[in-house]
Each structure stands twice: as structure tokens, then as C-alpha cells.
Design a protein around this ligand. Structure first.
Ligand SMILES: [Zn+2]
Ligand SMILES: [Zn+2]
Length: 172
């Protein structure tokens, strides 16, 4: 009886050891599995990052393509303009010449209107009575109507009519 009990205790002890060992193995293999999973997750992340990088590069390439298309369009427009100019160079040249002549006419008309016809330096600012010519600056008008001159010599330089009075003009 005592022997049987001893045997049974031994058997129990062995089987307990087996259970402990197995438990340890299970724990170890679980750890290994967890590490594998972590490794897989990391690889997934790396793949995702690479995907993002590729997408970004794709976007940049698209933008560059759009920019170069725009440049192409501009270049084509410019080329078209040059072609038109080559086909009709005189038209363009004459148009510019006309513009320049127009500008010169405008400028000279304005300066002639404002300049004293006698000294050609000062601006016109006096109106003669009664002929109403406004061709003289203040100084030239004074010398034309000087008190020392006999009244018969005080004449408008434009129409030779007697100057009986002057009016100072103020142009805005
Ligand atoms: Zn003058
Ligand atoms: Zn006059």
C-alpha cells in the first residue's frame, strides 16, 4: 500500500513537471508569435510610408507636367504672334508709326497752344481787347502796350488791330 502511494506521488510529480514545461513552452511560443506580429506590423507601416512617398512623387510629377503644358501653350501663342508678324510686318510697323505720329501731334499741339507767340518761351496768359487774340505772355503784352509807345503803335501782332486793353487770363 505504501509503495503504491509512493508511486502515485511520483507520477503526479512527473505530470506536474510536464504541465509546467508545457506551460512554459506555450508562453514562449506566444511571445514568439507576438514578436512576429510586431514585425509584420512594422513591415506594414514601412510599406504604407513607401506608398505615401510614391503618391507624393506622382503628385509632383503631375504638377510638373501641368506647368510644362502651360509653358507649351504660351510658347505656341508667342510663335503664332511671330508668324502673324512675319506674314504682315508692314501692318504692325505702320500701326506703331501711326501711334507715334498721333502722340507727337498731341504733344506739339498742347505745347504750341501754351507758348507765347512773341518770345516763344513763356506761356500765353493775356487777351487783347478788342480783337480777343490770346497769343502773348504777360511780359510781351506789357512791352506791346507800353505807356511810352504812341497809341498808334500798340497793335496786336496777329491781326495788327489796335490794342485798347488787356485781360490777364488764368488757365486751370
Ligand atoms: Zn512772351
Ligand atoms: Zn489780334
Amino acid at each position: 500500500m505504501e509503495e503504491t502511494r509512493q508511486e502515485m506521488e511520483e507520477v503526479l510529480e512527473r505530470s506536474q513537471r510536464v504541465v509546467e514545461e508545457t506551460t512554459q513552452e506555450v508562453v514562449q511560443s506566444r511571445q514568439t508569435l507576438q514578436q512576429h506580429q510586431q514585425n509584420l506590423q512594422q513591415k506594414d507601416q514601412t510599406i504604407q510610408q513607401k506608398d505615401q512617398t510614391i503618391q507624393q512623387k506622382d503628385r509632383i510629377i503631375q504638377q510638373e507636367r501641368q506647368q510644362s503644358e502651360q509653358k507649351d501653350r504660351l510658347l505656341q501663342q508667342e510663335r503664332q504672334r511671330v508668324r502673324e508678324l512675319e506674314q504682315n510686318p508692314e501692318g504692325e510697323f505702320q500701326r506703331r508709326l501711326r501711334e507715334m505720329e498721333e502722340e507727337i501731334r498731341r504733344l506739339s499741339a498742347r505745347s504750341q497752344r501754351a507758348m507765347c507767340k512773341i518770345c516763344l518761351v513763356e506761356e500765353v496768359e493775356v487777351l487783347f481787347n478788342p480783337c480777343n487774340h490770346t497769343v502773348s505772355c504777360q511780359e510781351c503784352a506789357q512791352s506791346l502796350t507800353d505807356d511810352n509807345l504812341p497809341p498808334s503803335q500798340r497793335k496786336c501782332p496777329m491781326c495788327r488791330e489796335d490794342i485798347q486793353g488787356t485781360v490777364r487770363m488764368f488757365f486751370a
